[in-house]
Design a protein around this ligand. Structure first.
Ligand SMILES: Cc1cc2nc3c(=O)[nH]c(=O)nc-3n(C[C@H](O)[C@H](O)[C@H](O)COP(=O)(O)OP(=O)(O)OC[C@H]3O[C@@H](n4cnc5c(N)ncnc54)[C@H](O)[C@@H]3O)c2cc1C
Length: 366
């Protein structure tokens, strides 16, 4: 398949943004993607102000149709308020929270890449092997063809082939199972709501054209019929279920993100539970930072720039998960009292309401 500056494996959102950034900086880039089409079902949904800014620099309109300024609420088992957050707009003027449709974002990124002269995207192509030497990397594909590049970047998702074949460790842990249900149709629930009900912890949020519910499952519990669960908030007959999957969250990081001329980005390098809406954003930040460094010919500062923010957002996601996932009433009562008190406290309350320890200043746009 020829010779390039960078070979990107995986054209999910992270691989696509990396390729767009490299292309804008004049780097000859080949992206290979195993799947023939963009994954059609919604997955990640949240973008903070910095991620929106970053995407607006890739191309205008990538998050068209997203919902902005969605309030975030915590409620107890009886649906009484525990606290409310209004995430403020960032310095770039972008809203504190945008809720979007991942397949639409990926389709737009693919259309954008098709117009970038230095980027070639090949779908239906599976990387099955690679070698590296002092000058570059050779990738080998399932059809027997090869490509040569100065750098090889694995944006190949959480079960990354590149991470495994580099022998890079994957530390961290698997977390709870959640049932994730996306519906299409009108639902009158305008806030992103954490329902801290020990009998069935729930998170739900409006999405463009529909709504998402997530319910915590016990480890040995078969996935329940979502309709009785939906019926607590909406008439199940008034909506259609687009996706109902059990999804086990994880908080993991590759012990290194670089092995010579091979680098990892996005879910291939780290995963976190979705409670802070930072998982995909972390990958898009990787892509932006790494693209600039590869164009400058030296990615040695990549880990130092990205790892601290990823670790901080993973800790925040775990903290939020710990709060909402409480399953015993005995623990839920003091948890609720603490939350109510914290949100009413003079300095602490306003700080929490603006997002508390959630920092969108990762340094990648400097
Ligand atoms: C089933 C599933 C459900 C999810 N649900 C949620 C959710 O509900 N909420 C949430 O916040 N996040 C969710 N996520 C996570 C979110 O979608 C990811 O954080 C985001 O997609 C990461 O983007 P990425 O580009 O790093 O990886 P991915 O989107 O996983 O993209 C990796 C790409 O690499 C390609 N690839 C892999 N190996 C090769 C190879 N050898 N050769 C060529 N191509 C290859 C794959 O086909 C894929 O397109 C989900 C992820 C999955 C897999």
């Amino acid at each position: 398949m020829g010779s390039y500056d960078v070979l990107v494996v995986g054209c999910g959102p992270v691989g696509a943004v990396l390729a767009a950034r490299l292309g804008a900086l004049g780097m000859r880039t080949l992206v290979v993607e195993r799947a023939a089409e963009v994954h059609p079902l919604p997955r990640a949904v949240a973008a903070d102000d910095e991620v929106q800014h970053l995407l607006s620099l890739v191309a205008p309109g990538l998050l068209g149709g997203a919902l902005h300024d969605v309030p975030v609420r915590l409620v107890d088992a009886s649906r009484r308020p525990l606290g409310e957050l209004r995430l403020p707009a960032g310095p770039s003027g972008h809203s504190g929270l945008a809720l979007f449709h991942q397949p639409a974002l990926e389709q737009r990124l693919r259309r954008h890449l098709a117009a970038v002269p230095t980027v070639t995207v090949r779908t239906g192509v599976d990387l099955v092997g690679w070698t590296q030497d002092a000058d570059g990397v050779t990738g080998r594909f399932a059809d027997g063809s090869t490509a040569r590049a100065a750098w090889l970047v694995g944006c190949d998702g959480a079960s990354s082939f590149l991470r495994r074949t580099c022998g890079i460790g994957w530390r961290g842990r698997e977390l709870a199972r959640w049932l994730v249900v996306d519906v299409a149709g009108k639902v009158d629930r305008p806030a992103l709501t954490y329902t801290c009900d020990p009998a069935r912890p729930q998170v739900d949020m409006p999405l463009p054209g529909g709504h998402r519910w997530e319910w915590l499952l016990r480890d040995d519990e078969p996935a329940p019929d979502p309709r009785p669960l939906l019926a607590r908030d909406v008439d199940p007959a008034a909506v259609s279920v687009v996706r109902a999957v059990t999804y086990r969250y994880g908080a993991r990081s590759a012990v290194r993100w670089q092995a010579g001329r091979v680098l990892l980005a996005g879910d291939a390098a780290h995963t976190m539970p979705p409670f802070a809406g930072q998982g995909l954003g972390a990958g898009l930040r990787d892509a932006w930072a790494l693209g600039g460094m590869l164009a400058a010919g030296d990615p040695s500062g990549y880990w130092a720039l990205r790892a601290p923010h990823v670790a901080a957002m993973t800790r925040l996601s775990l903290l939020l998960g710990g709060i909402v996932e409480t399953r015993t009433a005995v623990l839920a009562r003091p948890r609720d009292a603490l939350l109510r008190g914290a949100f009413r406290a003079p300095a602490l309350g306003p700080w929490l309401s603006r997002g508390g320890p959630r920092s969108t200043a990762s340094g990648v746009l400097r």
